[in-house]
Design a protein around this ligand. Structure first.
Ligand code: SF4
Ligand code: SF4
Length: 118
């Protein structure tokens, strides 16, 4: 990526549909539980599972591999979604990600403006 540019999310929802972990920190876990009006234990039991490497929690997936919080192309926990979600594709991505993400390069408007809007 050229300096002064970032990728702007086009809200296609693809990154919430492919299989894979969505790690959440302890702080994020508490924040999402509160947002949903759930006790921490209740939220953890219903919406998370232990990561494959046993280092923490990941958000559960539906049977079709979508994130359990994806509703159409909307994130049901948008205002408290994990940093992992905010960071793609500007802070992390993977080989071949451009084939599955519709984000487009745009000028970076101001320092720190590197998060996707979705
Ligand atoms: S980050 Fe990419 S894959 Fe995810 S919703 Fe935005 S455009 Fe789609
Ligand atoms: S928490 Fe929201 S943004 Fe993150 S993968 Fe799930 S639906 Fe997508």
């Amino acid at each position: 990526m050229q300096e002064g540019m970032r990728y702007a999310c086009q809200r296609c929802g693809n990154c919430c549909r492919w299989p894979g972990e969505v790690p959440i920190t302890e702080d994020e876990t508490a924040r999402i539980a509160e947002f949903l009006g759930l006790e921490l234990y209740d939220f953890v039991a219903r919406f998370t599972e232990v990561r494959r490497n046993r280092t923490g929690l990941t958000i559960r997936e539906k049977e079709n591999d979508e994130c359990v919080f994806l509703d159409g192309i909307e994130c049901k926990i948008q205002s408290v979604k994990p940093d992992h979600c905010k960071g793609f594709p500007n802070r992390w991505n993977f080989p071949g990600w451009r084939k599955v993400c519709e984000a487009v390069p745009v000028a970076l408007e101001q320092p720190g403006d590197a998060e996707k809007a979705k």
